[in-house]
Design a protein around this ligand. Sequence first.
Ligand code: NAP
Length: 255
Amino acid sequence: MATNETAFVTGAGSGMGRAIARRLASRGACLGLFDLSQDGLEETAAELGAEDGPKPLLFSGDVRDETALRAAVEATVEARGGLDTAVACAGIEVTGKVPEMDPADWERIVGINLTGVFNTARVTIPRLEQDRPGAFVAISSDAGVQGAQEFAAYCATKHGVIGLVRSLALDHGPQGVRCNIVAPGFVETPMADRIFADFSGEEVAGWEKTVPMGRFARADEVAAVVAHLTSADAAYTNGAVYSIDGGATAGYFMP
Ligand code: NAP
């Protein structure tokens, strides 16, 4: 698969999606990259070197818009002749307690984090089946396997992603499409920068200490796991929830 691979990545204009695009390009994959931000996509493309294969195809759009996603996947397939890998990475954070939340924020986060993964699966899985073997990976979170204070809406969407993609593994594994989930803890990306914007350096260091590895993840560490799960090395891995959280959800831990 390495040299003829075509991969479609949402949320590829920043953070983890960008790191995943870089990592898949480095193994020779042709890329279709999708994000709200055209500028972000262009920055991602600019980070790819000449040795990273053909120029990626860039599509700015909203994962809530199935029509836009479908057009992007079809254009990728048409240009590259197939689809082997799809990664649903686009996501947002919304914080706050439920009674105080604006219901519009609930709709927005469910639309992007959960329906966005649903839409990405709808438009990529039939094509992955056609070109099997295929691999689909969605980015959930450690907040997909446990609650988080003042992150109820985010947690609900990330738990939903796990239920959705585990079920995809059952429905499409038999057709040759492996569907897996990664569940990172805090990762050094613009999203984490926004979450910690009002924290002091000491407070952030305190959070890092609660992780058995003593630090947050780098985006390339998540990308490496996504690269594994979408490779032939993971040929028997289907329906897995792969924690990438430095052991934060492994159990009680006293720093
Ligand atoms: P990020 O740096 O903010 O990147 C997210 C990307 O998704 C941005 O380029 C953003 O575009 C794009 N996006 C947002 N809404 C979109 C939409 N409706 N349609 C298409 N693209 C959209 O965040 P990240 O940390 O890399 O997060 C990537 C994924 O990992 C998310 O699903 C997040 O929930 C998950 N995650 C993050 C962490 C963490 O600590 N960072 C931990 C666990 C899981 P704009 O910039 O234009 O909004």
